[in-house]
Design a protein around this ligand. Structure first.
Ligand code: THU
Length: 129
């Protein structure tokens, strides 16, 4: 699978990051099973704990447009190291599939990948049983 388009979309979305507090821009791009890409950036507010990460922004945008099936998500920051999704975002991605491929990129567009199931093993799943 060629993830170049997804990484480019995440890098472009990073430019929209609203980051008055951390100055740490993150971009994300989510690939649907039908090949569409939804992007997101982090959005910070003064009540810092309510900050929304880039990955969750992208997922909420896609789901609110009727999408439910995703094959991959990319996240990228302005860092040498690969940008890896935080724990909250891992749980959020897991909601839509442990099989989703996570593309963790750096500012140059280099990346490593892992399945969500590798990033969040023994995942919590809601069950009333
Ligand atoms: N951030 C993300 O957008 N995604 C992550 O997976 C981890 C962190 C954002 C939140 C905050 O705006 C900034 O990075 C610094 O934590």
């Amino acid at each position: 699978m060629d993830y170049e388009a997804l990484i480019r979309a995440a890098l472009a979305a990073k430019k929209h990051a609203y980051i008055p507090y951390s100055q740490f821009p993150v971009g994300a791009a989510l690939l649907t099973k039908t090949g569409k890409i939804y992007t997101g950036c982090n959005v910070e507010i003064g009540s810092l704990g309510l900050t929304l990460c880039a990955e969750r922004t992208a997922i909420v945008k896609a789901v609110s447009e009727g999408e439910r099936e995703f094959t991959a998500i990319c996240c990228v920051a302005d860092t040498e190291d690969y940008c890896r999704p935080c724990g909250a975002c891992r749980q959020f991605i897991a909601e839509f599939g442990l099989d989703i491929q996570v593309i963790m990129a750096n500012k140059e567009g280099k990346y490593e990948t892992a399945k969500l199931s590798q990033l969040l093993p023994k995942t919590f799943q809601f069950s009333k049983e």
